[in-house]
Each structure stands twice: as C-alpha cells, then as structure tokens.
Design a protein around this ligand. Structure first.
Ligand code: HEC
Length: 158
C-alpha cells in the first residue's frame, strides 16, 4: 500500500509542470483544409465500424424475428444494408463480396420474406444469412469472426 502511494506521488510530481490540455478543438486546430479532411476521414474509420453497427443491429434483428415484430426486423434489416453500403464507400475493396453475398442477394430474399410476414421463409432466410455473413468473413480473410445466434438482448426494445 505504502509503495503504491509512493508511485502515485512520483507520477504526480512528474506531471506537475505539465499543463494538461482540455482543449477540444482537435479539428479546428489543424490548419490546412486537407489536414482537416484527413482527420475527419480517419475518425469515420473503415469497414470495422460498419460491421460493429451491423453486429449491433443484427442482435435486435434476431430478437424482433423471434417476437414476430416484422416491422422492427425490417427497420433493422434496412439499417444493416445502409451500414454496409456506407462501409463499401469507405473501403471499396470490400464491395465485390458485399454486393454478391449480401446487398444484391440475401438482402432482397430476407426483405421479401419479412414483408410477407412469412415466419417459415423468414426462418429459412435467417439461417442462410448467418451462412453468408460467415462466408464473406472467410472470403475477406477474417474467418475468426463467426456470426452466431445472439445469446441475450442488447436493446431495451422489442
Ligand atoms: C464484405 C463481406 C462481409 C459481409 C457480407 C459481412 N461481413 Fe462482417 N465483416 C467483414 C469484414 C471484412 C470484417 C472485418 C472488418 C475490419 O476489421 O475492417 C467484418 C467484421 C464483422 C464483425 C466484427 C466487428 C468488430 O470489429 O467488432 C461483426 C460483428 C460482423 N462482421 C458481423 C456481420 C454480420 C452479422 C453479417 C451478416 C449480416 C456480416 N458481418 C456480413 C465482412 C463482411
């Protein structure tokens, strides 16, 4: 305990003369236009954040199917598409697989099943979707990212 206190003291002293900046104008502080755009571009990130959104929405999507709330399922399905479309604008190298395995294929199959409120077709399309998500992960060299059935709800909605 005494040792920990000493370590904290030393750190405190080390930082004593260092005025921590609480400035938040990280973007305005960059003085070239190109530099500003570069900084914004970096903050938007790449395909990873698109997929974080896809995964997040996939959770609500899964439970809305279970609850037979097809309007909520459709809402999330369309947002999944939007996230992926934005993702391929940021990372065009992912576009070919994204289009062939999802945007121009499975997206439409599921959408039709949901619009018809056809529980059997939705269940089938759901199983296919998981297979296609994972097929793309294999093709895109991230086979260690396996899409599975969610185990609990992330959102306080149903
Ligand atoms: C273009 C093909 C492609 C499709 C289709 C695809 N993914 Fe991905 N996914 C990727 C790639 C590539 C990564 C790794 C992204 C990176 O690191 O830049 C990824 C990563 C992920 C991640 C991890 C994100 C993180 O960083 O934590 C999740 C979650 C995910 N995908 C869910 C899904 C789900 C669910 C589906 C199906 C609805 C799906 N993906 C369909 C290509 C795809």
């Amino acid at each position: 305990m005494k040792k920990l206190y000493l370590i904290c003291m030393i750190f405190g002293l080390l930082h004593a003369g260092n005025n921590y900046s609480t400035r938040s104008d990280w973007l305005l502080d960059i003085n070239t236009t190109n530099g500003k755009f570069m900084a914004i571009q970096k903050q938007f990130r790449g395909f990873d954040l698109a997929m974080v959104e896809v995964g997040y929405r996939f959770n609500t999507f899964y439970y809305s199917i279970k609850d037979k709330n097809y309007d909520l399922a459709l809402y999330n399905w369309d947002k999944i598409k939007k996230a992926m479309e934005n993702g391929i604008i940021r990372r065009p190298k992912r576009a070919l697989d994204a289009k062939s395995m999802f945007l121009n294929s499975q997206y439409n199959v599921m959408r039709k099943a949901l619009q018809k409120h056809d529980a059997k077709a939705v269940a089938e399309a759901y199983e296919e979707t998981k297979i296609l998500c994972n097929a793309c992960h294999i093709s895109q060299k991230v086979p260690f990212i396996e899409v599975i059935d969610p185990e609990y709800r992330w959102q306080p909605i149903r």
